[in-house]
Design a protein around this ligand. Structure first.
Ligand SMILES: C[S@@+](CC[C@H](N)C(=O)[O-])C[C@H]1O[C@@H](n2cnc3c(N)ncnc32)[C@H](O)[C@@H]1O
Length: 212
């Protein structure tokens, strides 16, 4: 199963096992938004990124590309399922449109002083009862590890590289603060998921899901 569908479904069911049937039976017909999709474009989602990644005849899923931040966005509809749009400007989409919003390794790219407003806008796009999925580096985990066991990060330099990501990370998140932030912004039943050790780039990331 494609990456975005697989992880979104898996974590929603892990978080809300009592809603397993609803999630499984309705997932394919849900209206789904993949914010900051990068190369993880899935044609069963509306994929949004500031970069125009035309993947019509390619499957780049899972590949790493070097992305550049382009801030003069032209808000152009590129191809079916892909919308070139700045994630600060998602208020251009209709309110309460989506059943689920997926953002993986994206919130850390929001300027620290714009996180609340930006997430508030994203959440406003969810239908009542819609699900919000966020996966982002866990900066508490990184700091704890490098100053503790050093199981993953052997040196502080190695950790900084991950933390700053070539100067493209503009905010930092940890499970408790992000959970409280999402609750404050109107989500309920916010769950912090256990780290999935099978996921390749998992070591320093956290996943939270919530319901509008
Ligand atoms: C680390 S990548 C994650 C890509 C993908 N979600 C994944 O899991 O592989 C971060 C993505 O956020 C996008 N991004 C950064 N700033 C953005 C902005 N202001 N508006 C829209 N997308 C943005 C980048 O272009 C990039 O594709």
């Amino acid at each position: 199963m494609p990456f975005v569908n697989h992880y979104c479904k898996k974590y929603l069911i892990d978080a809300y096992p009592d809603q397993k049937d609803i999630i499984e039976n309705n997932f394919s017909s849900w209206y789904k938004l993949n914010v900051g999709c990068g190369t993880r474009l899935d044609n069963t989602w509306i994929n949004v990124d500031e970069l125009n990644l035309d993947l019509t005849d390619k499957n780049l899923e899972g590949e790493n590309i070097d992305y550049i931040n382009i801030h003069d966005v032209n808000n152009k509809f590129v191809s079916e399922g892909f919308l070139q749009l700045d994630f600060y400007k998602l208020d251009k989409l209709n309110c309460e449109l989506f059943d689920v919003i997926f953002s993986q390794h994206v919130v850390e790219h929001i300027m620290h002083d714009r996180v609340d407003q930006t997430l508030k806008t994203w959440i406003s796009l969810l239908k009542p009862g819609g699900y919000f999925y966020v996966c982002t580096p866990d900066f508490k985990f990184i700091i704890d590890d490098v100053y503790g066991e050093q199981k993953y990060f052997k040196t502080i330099d190695e950790a900084w590289v991950f933390i700053f990501n070539g100067g493209t990370h503009f905010s930092g998140h940890d499970p408790i603060n992000l959970k409280n932030r999402l609750l404050k912004l109107g989500l309920s039943n916010v769950k912090i998921l256990p780290r999935d050790e099978d996921k390749k780039e998992v070591m320093a990331e956290l996943v939270l899901v919530g319901v509008k």
